[in-house]
Design a binder for this molecule. Structure first.
Ligand SMILES: *[C@@H]1O[C@H](CO)[C@@H](O)[C@H](O)[C@H]1NC(C)=O
Ligand SMILES: *[C@@H]1O[C@H](CO)[C@@H](O)[C@H](O)[C@H]1NC(C)=O
Ligand SMILES: *[C@@H]1O[C@H](CO)[C@@H](O)[C@H](O)[C@H]1NC(C)=O
Ligand SMILES: *[C@@H]1O[C@H](CO)[C@@H](O)[C@H](O)[C@H]1NC(C)=O
Ligand SMILES: CC(=O)N[C@H]1CO[C@H](CO)[C@@H](O)[C@@H]1O
Ligand SMILES: [Ca+2]
Ligand SMILES: [Ca+2]
Length: 599
């Protein structure tokens, strides 16, 4: 229902024009006439602070480490870096369990270190975005302690319930069958308060009660506090689980239905999660946070403060975060299609087309798309898509329209670390056992960033780092790749430069599709400029394609601008569009003009 309303609204109000939509190709033009705001073409870069750079040799990344490396980000061409949580935390879920929303985790530094980080970022004209974790706090947060004690004003800060009595055994049991994301019940008994509390994630991550206006206001205070310290916005964590269904008239919570998926009986997949996520109230809360951002800018001036939303949800739900006819929403609800669709359908040109279609076909017109291929919850992009496709995927997110997001190390082609059960840190894995933990662990993509070929990859001088390094650090690191003539890093930097200088990439229309068996093509074009054409062969063998199958308006020859590592073609050379040969994994960015210069 919502989806229909949004689609109609989009088509009528903004005039999204679908020019052609045959099976193999799709073309969209958005009638954008206004100058783009900074975030619309931004290159976002996710820093996982624990693993980025350790400045004091304790084996754990920290704020001063980040500050010392901001120039690297500047050099990469990054617009804004978002930091995974840096707030005070017992680190049960590595910072996503916050015990003080207004202070810095001591092992990461101090508020003064944070001020220094912002100051240096400002000098470099880099924006800093923080992770806002609204759904839950740590059970060590003073709010939770006060709520346990039923202190005035804090009684209903969390979702408390007496539970039920089992009719046959007479024993107390949780209020409902709801499951947490990291295995096990979503309800935990609190001895002191003599009630259950809700936790959608770990036991130590108690869900805040958003039906309590005091909580809503408190969390807006959190936003304003960090805006005052100079951040450019927030990336909001785990938003779809913010609200759960309300209890019924008798104060009871309904049970979720069994999903029918039996691959892991103990896991959340065993149940549906209709009652505990993707609720309409959550959308409205995101709109309220947008008001906080806009009000702040109106009062204090400066650039737009952005709101980025993490949602793994169906498009009909996700797209509502962009806002509706009367109310502005998030600037960007993150688009994880290139992760999720390729995970279920396999890595191929066809599944990339499905992933892109799913976003652009559902995108309300006038909104900005965005593309994400990794984060600290997923295996490394190069491991998931195959090392051969590392450049092809980095290129893809840079040629598609809108904002793109890089998770630290993707620019280097970093791959998964191998983490033994003994070294495992992630609660999602620790809550399982040594036989099956690899199914759940998120540690492999959280290994230290690879700066050099030296000790601990230049990340730390400690004898032991919090997670071991990935095995490939001696070949895949900033030093080696920056010095090499050809490397993932240098290809990435050239892409960012092209993206910044190319009018069709910044402001052009988009046409894309599949040619041949397994080649994905994107064309970005705008009148008066040479078009940019991206081509990537996802097959494991070489192919020759005829690009006229894709677009008859192309000139007879294209000029090569950028090529993936495995390409042996020469930049600046011309290639005939009717017989373009691509090796396995080869990806190219070409121009319809005759110059290989970027502008
Ligand atoms: C898409 O193309 C395939 C193969 O060319 C064809 O069999 C199919 O009917 C087409 N589907 C649509 C919806 O046009
Ligand atoms: C995009 O195009 C519009 C209209 O032609 C122009 O005003 C604007 O400056 C362009 N934006 C960029 C980033 O080039
Ligand atoms: C009551 O407890 C028994 C034994 O633990 C369990 O099998 C049964 O499912 C419970 N009943 C309900 C309604 O949950
Ligand atoms: C838009 O969202 C606001 C806030 O949630 C809601 O009050 C309003 O009814 C919605 N408007 C439309 C046209 O859907
Ligand atoms: C990508 C991301 O930030 N994922 C986080 C979502 O929220 C849970 C709970 O806060 C974290 O465990 C994930 O790391
Ligand atoms: Ca440190
Ligand atoms: Ca919640």
């Amino acid at each position: 229902m919502h989806r229909t309303r949004l689609d109609l609204f989009g088509l009528l109000a903004f005039g999204l024009v679908i020019l052609a939509h045959p099976n193999w190709s799709c073309e969209t033009t958005t009638s954008t006439t206004v100058t783009k705001d900074w975030w619309e073409n931004a290159q976002f870069y996710q820093i996982y602070p624990r693993s980025f750079m350790d400045s004091d040799g304790d084996g754990i990344g920290d704020l001063n480490g980040i500050t010392g490396k901001l120039e690297y980000l500047k050099d990469l061409g990054v617009t804004a870096a978002w930091l995974s949580p840096i707030f005070t935390s017992p680190m049960v879920d590595f910072g996503y369990d916050i015990s003080d929303f207004f202070d810095i985790q001591p092992e990461y530094g101090t508020l003064d270190d944070f001020r220094a980080l912002i100051k240096r970022a400002n000098e470099l004209d880099l924006k800093i975005i923080l992770d806002f974790v609204p759904n839950h706090s740590s059970d060590e947060n003073s709010w939770f302690v006060k709520s346990v004690n039923r202190e005035k004003g804090y009684e209903d800060y969390y979702v408390w319930h007496d539970g039920k009595v089992n009719a046959s055994t007479g024993e107390r049991q949780p209020p409902s069958n709801w499951l947490q994301a990291f295995r096990g019940s979503a309800w935990e008994w609190n001895e002191k308060r003599q009630q259950y509390y809700l936790h959608q994630f770990a036991v130590q991550q108690a869900d805040l009660n958003y039906r309590n206006p005091l909580v809503v206001e408190q969390m807006k205070r959190v936003l304003r506090y960090w805006l005052d310290l100079g951040v450019a916005g927030f990336r909001c964590d785990a938003v779809p689980v913010l609200f759960e269904i309300e209890p019924d008239a008798d104060g009871q919570y309904a049970d979720e239905e069994v999903s029918g998926l039996t691959d892991d009986v103990d896991d959340r997949k065993y149940l549906k999660s209709d009652l505990i996520e993707n609720r309409p109230e959550t959308i409205d809360m995101a709109y309220q946070w947008r008001v906080v951002m806009d009000d702040y800018q109106r009062i204090h001036g400066g650039d737009t403060r952005v709101l980025l939303i993490e949602t793994y949800a169906p498009p009909a739900y996700t797209m509502q975060f962009y806002g509706n006819r009367s109310t502005a929403g998030a600037h960007l609800p993150f688009n994880f299609n290139l992760i999720t669709v390729l995970a279920s359908d396999g890595v191929s040109a066809g599944s990339i087309k499905t992933a892109v279609d799913n976003w652009l076909d559902n995108l309300p017109a006038g909104r900005t798309p965005n593309w994400v291929i990794g984060n600290h919850d997923q295996r490394r992009a190069a491991s998931r898509y195959g090392t051969a496709n590392a450049d092809a995927m980095n290129m893809l997110v840079m040629v598609l329209p809108g904002a793109s997001v890089t998770y630290q190390g993707e620019e280097l082609g970093m791959t998964d670390g191998e983490i033994s059960w003994e070294d495992t840190q992630d609660p999602a894995a620790c809550n399982s056992n040594s036989d099956i933990y690899e199914q759940f662990t998120r540690d492999p993509s959280r290994t230290p960033f690879q700066w050099t070929s030296g000790t601990n990859a230049g990340f730390s001088t400690a004898s032991k780092t919090w997670l071991p390094l990935a095995a490939d650090y001696q070949t895949l690191n900033v030093d080696v790749e920056a010095a090499a003539q050809r490397s993932h890093l240098n290809i990435y930097k050239t892409l960012v430069e092209l993206r910044k200088s190319s009018l069709p990439l910044r402001n052009g229309s988009t046409k894309y599709g599949v040619v041949g068996e397994n080649v994905f093509v994107v064309k970005r074009y705008i009148s008066g400029s040479a078009s940019i054409i991206y081509l990537a062969n996802f097959a494991s063998k070489g192919v020759t394609v005829d690009l006229y199958e894709f677009d008859k308006t192309l000139p007879t020859h294209l000029t090569l601008l950028i090529r993936s590592l495995q390409s042996s073609k020469a930049e600046g050379s011309q290639f005939e569009v009717t017989g373009l040969s691509l090796a396995a994994g080869e990806a190219l960015v070409l121009s319809s003009g005759s110059s290989s210069r970027f502008d």
